[in-house]
Design a protein around this ligand. Sequence first.
Ligand code: ATP
Length: 234
Amino acid sequence: MLKLDQVSVRYGSTIGVERVSLHVREGELVTLIGANGAGKSTTLRAINGLEPLASGTIRFDGHLVSGATPAAIIELGISHCPEGRRVFPQLTVRENLEMGAYRRTDRQRARDDMERLLDKFPRLRERIKQTAGTLSGGEQQMLAIARALMSRPRLVMFDEPSLGLAPNFVEMIFDLILEIRREGVTVLMVEQNAYAALEMCDRAYLLENGRIVKDGTASEMLADPAIRRAYLGG
Ligand code: ATP
């Protein structure tokens, strides 16, 4: 479904990622793990059209995505739930959700989708008229997830969905991601909590200094002695 071939991104003379090749099959939950600065966010931003490629190609369902605008990429069916939640703090919960559907022309179906999402996220329904900046961190993360689903994506990318959340919210957010995947949406996720990520994914890629140094099924990665030492606390 998604295929990156030898993708490089540079920030001036700094390497963001170097020759990253990876793929995600339809229906899979794939995670990128690695230390801070390894290039995980850069990989997602490249897929979204937010970073120009220094080299390489990105294809989604065979369509060339590299070089397309972020809006065109959303229309192809890729959605991004960015790091740090990035909801619009001055807008209400409803307005934030509407922003997630701004490219859609099927307004009635978009309204129906919002209702379904509000059934799934009752805390958001209770706070529908509140401005997003007044929500707790976990609620903002829920809003960011719901907003990312408002474009009816086939592939959704989560960047550090558990960052900064209380443990009970972390569990709730991971359950939501698993549920989204059960409903048929393909997921590519970046997580600093490597153990939780490997527990819930099908396959994973390990990034170090902008390069993919290892990949495998979740159980292969969990059993790998070097990964256990460096990322899973031994
Ligand atoms: P983190 O978990 O800290 O976000 P990451 O694995 O997502 O880490 P990236 O944010 O993708 O890593 O960063 C990869 C490299 O690119 C790092 O060396 C980082 O300093 C650099 N980098 C990222 N964004 C920029 C930017 N806007 N300008 C300059 N350098 C950047």
